[in-house]
Design a protein around this ligand. Structure first.
Ligand code: HEC
Length: 475
């Protein structure tokens, strides 16, 4: 009896592309066509009638799929010889049973392998989403996907959970500390945007009024050492004008969430420069940091908050938020000159990894039925989503909140209401908000209708900065 191929989940598409032998032959045109349907939603009718499976049951095998890390359970149907079934199970390093059937599990779909043979195998998926498991079954396992358990008709699709979702900015208003002056907010409260780039009122400290929980989850945080000789004696500190300007820079940054990872109190140590450093703290910065402060390396992709919503602080061209951006830039421009650096060594330097890559991404045409059809149904690849957007062709690529995530030219944006979930499934309808989601743009009312014959940009994200589909389609 031939061994049954393992069912590879699309979670390991990447693994597959590296170890092609693990994945079996590429899917045929018929499977690709079926997938377009599968991607349009769970209720998609099976293109072939469901196979009639033998009633006889010869045992089961529980195991962890070594490609997907997902738990699976397979029933051996028909007259399997005990030795063949146990041998198949041992290749999966599973536990063979002649008493516990897999069909008692509330599976996320079943996958029938060798459906036309007298001894088919029926795999019950545990976990994953219906769309993923269907794709794993049909594309990689060459099997027949049966909509059972949590993937049965009418069942809500299980949510995909993001383990470290990108947190949305929140607004906080707190009472002034005892002895501090009343704040500018209602009832004398001190208000601030809790996010990267967020700042409390000038002269106050982020440590006293802000919070680091959100900013620390919005970009990678890890300790990085200082520039060489950072703590040296710096004679410029004896120059009253210079010292006053440096004190102003430090006070401005003390008011902002930069404190969270740029302080001696950052839990794993500062990410390079830090406010309390002995001597002149900007000596701890590398030349690239100074070039960002001077606006020579463009830091637009990090996002920004307008001064009117950030206690008067804003950034750009300097990377550092301040109540006076040109003064901040001039300070770092002077430092840039002092270090003898040259513009041409920094201009055009791509500094921000995936942010820069996504900002400059040039979309190509949609394939595999991705896009919005005349009846409004939307199709994308890559699993479920936290954010779904339709933009005018030529709009900027969406990036981070609060100013780059809904660019000009956005026609419609839908978000999952819980940031930790990716429950927006391909197949939803343009302009409609299924349960668990909320329209983000436009703020109220229906989006502008799509114009037939016009090209649009479909941008679907598993999370901020994690696009899963980016392509142009003609409506
Ligand atoms: C969540 C942690 C975190 C927060 C919050 C944070 N940073 Fe950083 N920052 C880092 C880390 C880590 C590094 C180390 C090097 C790197 O990854 O670029 C760094 C490095 C830098 C550098 C030096 C980069 C270079 O190329 O030399 C600058 C400038 C900088 N941050 C500015 C800011 C500003 C301005 C803020 C506030 C608006 C801020 N950071 C907030 C984590 C953070």
């Amino acid at each position: 009896m031939s061994m049954v191929k393992p069912v590879v989940s699309p979670r390991v598409l990447l693994l597959c592309s590296m170890f092609v032998s693990a994945c079996g032959p590429p899917p045929g045109a018929e499977v690709v066509a079926r997938l377009a349907c599968a991607n349009a939603g769970i209720g998609c009718p099976p293109p072939e009638p469901e196979p009639e499976l033998p009633e006889q049951w010869s045992g089961s095998c529980r195991y962890v799929n070594r490609f997907s890390d997902g738990t699976e359970c397979r029933d051996y149907l028909g007259p399997w010889e005990a030795s063949a079934a146990t041998e198949d199970c041992s290749t999966e390093q599973g536990t063979f049973s002649t008493t516990e059937r897999c069909d008692s599990i509330n599976a996320t779909g079943w996958c029938v392998i060798n459906k036309d043979s007298a001894t088919p195998v029926r795999v019950a998926f545990v976990g994953g989403t219906c769309t993923e498991n269907r794709r794993g079954c049909e594309v990689f396992g060459g099997g027949y996907f049966m909509e059972r358990g949590a993937c049965g008709p009418g069942e809500p699709q299980p949510e995909e959970v993001l383990t470290a979702p990108f947190p949305e900015p929140v607004q906080s208003c707190v009472d002034p500390l005892p002895g501090d002056a009343p704040g500018q907010g209602e009832g004398g409260k001190v208000c601030q945007a809790i996010t990267m780039q967020g700042c409390t009122e000038p002269g106050r400290a982020w440590e006293d009024y802000g919070s680091c929980d959100i900013p620390r989850q919005q970009r990678p945080y890890y300790p990085v050492g200082l520039h060489e000789n950072a703590e040296r004696d710096d004679s410029r500190l004896n120059d009253a004008t210079y010292a006053a300007e440096l004190a102003w820079v430090k006070q401005e940054l003390t008011a902002c969430s930069c404190f969270c990872c740029h302080s001696e109190r950052s839990p794993q140590g500062p990410g390079n420069w830090y406010l309390e450093q002995r001597g002149n703290f900007i000596n701890g910065m590398f030349d690239t940091g100074i070039a960002q402060g001077a606006g020579i390396i463009d830091s637009t992709v990090l996002g920004n908050i307008p001064a009117s919503e950030n206690n008067g602080f804003t950034r750009l061209p300097s990377v550092f938020p301040s109540t006076n951006p040109s003064r901040m830039q001039a300070f770092f421009r002077a430092e840039f000159m002092y270090r003898g650096l040259r513009d041409e060594d920094f201009t055009g330097l791509v500094k921000y990894g995936p942010l820069s890559e996504q900002w400059n991404y040039e979309p190509t045409s949609c394939t595999n039925g991705e896009g919005v059809t005349q009846d409004g149904s939307m199709t994308w690849q890559g699993g479920s989503a936290r954010i779904v957007m339709v933009l005018e062709a030529g709009a900027r690529n969406p990036l981070v909140p609060p100013n780059l995530d809904t660019p000009d030219g956005t026609v419609w944006r839908l978000d999952a209401t819980q940031p930790s979930t990716r429950l927006l499934a391909s197949g939803l309808r343009f302009g409609e908000s299924p349960a668990g989601s909320a329209q983000h743009f436009p703020a109220a009312g229906a989006p502008s209708s799509l114009v037939p014959g016009t090209q649009y940009y479909l941008y679907v994200l598993a999370d901020y900065v994690q696009p899963i589909t980016r392509c142009l389609f003609t409506y």
